[in-house]
Ligand binder design. Sequence first.
Ligand code: HEM
Length: 405
Amino acid sequence: MNDRPVHLYGPRFQTDPTGLYQEMRAEHGPVVPVLMEGGVPAWLVIGYREVHHVVSDPAVFARSSRRWNAWEKVPEDWPLLPLVMQLPTVLYSEGEEHRRRAGAISDALAGVDAHELRTVATRLADRLVDEFCGSTGADLRAAYTARLPALVLSWMYGLDDKRGDLLAADMTTMIDGGPAAMDAQRALMAAMAALVAERRASPGNDVVSRMIGHPAGFTDEELVPELIVLLGGGNQPTGEWLGNALRLMLTDDRFADSIAGARRSAREALNEALWEDTPTQIQAGRFAAHDVELGGRLIREGDLLLLGLAGANHDQRVHQGVHGPGRQGNHAHLSFSHGEHGCPFPAREIAETIAVTGIEVLMDRLPDLELSVPATELRWRPSPWVRGVASLPVTFTPAPPRGDT
Ligand code: HEM
């Protein structure tokens, strides 16, 4: 077992993550010493069993980054700070406090009516398609996959389409991390604070009102960051999931053959995308509550463990040689993580409804959709943490807008 740390950056995370994880497993085993940007150390857990073990034992592998033993190595302007910065939200809370926050979030999300969600997602997907269907081509990422989840989530918060559009634009700007990102984040905070004040004065049938009225008794100061975590945690991976599944359908013969029967293949492609190209490749993380052995490594108290969800999904011990649509119905991937901090179940269902609807509407409206560049020219976003296409340029025969959306 090799002790030389692997650098957690570089182009192979985009061009060949599967090969890279295989090499890491062969050289280092299931728990890999890594150096993040700036030489900050961590353990990347890429064994299926080991990731499962870590997320199932929160008493040993805890969530609060206050426990981290490497804070003194972190420069003030460290680009990965948002991944570990302790904010008072569900993400970093532990024990009773976590149950209070996570319970309220799950209850608020479970209150979303499945039928209404489907109807609204269809309307919003149709509205987005209307914006580009009159031409002969579009970048589906910019025009569609990155926008649809934010619009649906905004509706779930009780916002009308106009405010939803503003929120969606701010979310995209913030996630893209350019010079306007900080302003967008401030605008988002202000929008959430205003929304909470409105709903306190006049509650409705929406996620924000349900969070306010929940017995968990959130203060405004607690609610605003929590609502932003929910939006960000929902918008980005759902958009990448939709985009990665569409990429699969447009590039992989096993799915291309069945594009005409999109209703069957949408769910298959989405499931396959979670195995092959899961949106959250690496999730940061857990912090060891005390010294512990894992995958033959000695993990010291306060060490950071990164959940290598993509690596775990590609662990041969779980793959058993089954690929493609034949894997339909096998949902044992770790793409939503697992355990106390795993993605809440109602959130997974909402994400799936958005993604299935997004594919079905697109295939229904633009049935001869195809890539406008060779598949080999498609690029992935430059990050080891998330997997999503940088753009998804397509062509199609122009179609009339539906207009009533
Ligand atoms: C409507 C869409 C979604 C919402 C509202 C949502 C919400 C959340 C929330 C609130 C958490 C924090 C749970 C906790 O710490 O207790 C979470 C965690 C997570 N979610 Fe989601 N999510 C959505 C979609 C997705 C999608 C599409 C994926 C990937 C396929 C995903 C993957 C994850 C992962 C990997 C975690 C981290 C789990 C961990 O640290 O163990 N989520 N999500």
